[in-house]
Design a protein around this ligand. Structure first.
Ligand code: 3PG
Length: 307
C-alpha cells in the first residue's frame, strides 16, 4: 500500500517524520513528492498511489485519471475547493479533510496581518491599537472561533456572522454577538476578518458593495481564499476609499494593480502562510495519515466530504 504525500508547499520536516511513523507503523509505504512545480510530476507520482495526502494541491479529473489505484485523498487542512469532488466520486475515490487541525495557525496569522494594518505596515508613522476596536468575524467555523478567542485577549469588541445555526449557537456559547445580516457586520466593524470557504455561492461575493459599507479607516483581513474576493470591485473601492486597507494571505490575481492602487494600505503574503507552522503541519499531516489508516483498516469514513 503506497501513501503519497504530494505537497507543492512542503510540510515542516518534523511533520513529515510524524506522517512517516504513522504510515510505516501501519505497514504501509510512504512516498514523498514536494515542490513538484509542474503537474506532469504529480501525474507520474500518483500512478501507483493507493492514498494521497495533499494541501492546496489541485486534484482534478486528469490527476484522478492518472491515479489508477487511488482510493482516498485527504486534504491535510480545512478548505477542499482544490479537489474536484464530483470527479473523485465518479472515480470511486473518497475525499476527506482534517477540520480544525490547522485553524489556530490561520487565526494567529489573521492577527499578524491585523497588527500590521493598524500600525501602517510598520512604516514608522503613528498607528492605532486593536484594543477597543470592533472586530467582525465573517463565518464562525474553526478558524473564526479561534479568532474570537484571541480577539478577547486583545480587548476587542467582537461580533460575527454565519448562516449555519450551529455556528450561531457556538457564538452564543462563546459570548460573541451574532449579526443577522452580513451587511451590518461590514457597516459596523472597524476590522472584518474573512473565514468563508470558496464555494460557487461565495466566489466573488466580497467586494465593492459589502466592503464599501465599512466605516472610515476600515480594514479587511483575508486568510480565507482569493476566489471569494471580487477583485475588480475591490480595486475600484480601494481607489475611491483611500482610508481602507486590505491585508491578504492569498495573493490576488491582480496583485500589482492592488499594489499601485493601494500603496501603503495593501499587503499580500507571497505564498499562503496561514497554516505554515510546524504545529499546524504536524496536526493536519498526522491526522491525515491516521484517517487513511482508519479508512483502510476499519472502513472509517469520518470527515468524508464527497458523496
Ligand atoms: C486550509 O484550507 O486548510 C488552509 O487554507 C491552509 O492551506 P495550505 O495547507 O495550502 O497552507
Amino acid at each position: 500500500m503506497k501513501i503519497l504525500v504530494a505537497t507543492d508547499k512542503p510540510f515542516a520536516q518534523v511533520a513529515v517524520d510524524g506522517i512517516r511513523k504513522e504510515v510505516e507503523t501501519a505497514g504501509y509505504t510512504l512516498a514523498l513528492l514536494e515542490k513538484y512545480g509542474e503537474k506532469a510530476k504529480l501525474l507520474e507520482a500518483v500512478a501507483d498511489a493507493d492514498a494521497l495526502i495533499i494541501r492546496s494541491d489541485v486534484i482534478d479529473a486528469e490527476v484522478l485519471d492518472a491515479a489508477k489505484q487511488l482510493k482516498i485523498v485527504v486534504r491535510a487542512g480545512a478548505g477542499y475547493d482544490n479537489v474536484d469532488l464530483e470527479a473523485a466520486t465518479a472515480h470511486g475515490v473518497c475525499v476527506m479533510n482534517t477540520p480544525g487541525q490547522n485553524s489556530n495557525a490561520v487565526a494567529e496569522l489573521a492577527f499578524g496581518l491585523m497588527v500590521m494594518a493598524v500600525r501602517n505596515l510598520y512604516n514608522g508613522t503613528s498607528g492605532t491599537e486593536l484594543k477597543g476596536k470592533k472586530l467582525g468575524i465573517h463565518a464562525y467555523g474553526n478558524v473564526g472561533r479561534n479568532v474570537a478567542r484571541i480577539a478577547k485577549g486583545f480587548g476587542m469588541e467582537i461580533c460575527a456572522y454565519d448562516t449555519f445555526p450551529a455556528a450561531v449557537e457556538a457564538m452564543k456559547q462563546d459570548g460573541i454577538m451574532p449579526i443577522e445580516h452580513v451587511e451590518d457586520l461590514y457597516a459596523t466593524c472597524n476590522i472584518v476578518s474573512l473565514h468563508i470557504p470558496a464555494t460557487p455561492e461565495t466566489k466573488g461575493s466580497i467586494g465593492y458593495d459589502l466592503v464599501g459599507r465599512m466605516p472610515k479607516g476600515g480594514v479587511l483581513i483575508n486568510t480565507a481564499r482569493k476566489e471569494v474576493i471580487d477583485e475588480e470591485g475591490m480595486l475600484r473601492l480601494l481607489g475611491e476609499r483611500t482610508d481602507l486597507k486590505y491585508m491578504t494571505d492569498i495573493m490576488p490575481v491582480r496583485h500589482t494593480e492592488f499594489q499601485s492602487v493601494a500603496t501603503g494600505r495593501y499587503f499580500a503574503t507571497p505564498k499562503k502562510m496561514g497554516a505554515q507552522t510546524a504545529e499546524a503541519n504536524i496536526n493536519a499531516g498526522i491526522a491525515a495519515a491516521r484517517q487513511i489508516v482508519g479508512f483502510f483498516r476499519d472502513g472509517c469514513e469520518r470527515f468524508r466530504v464527497n458523496k
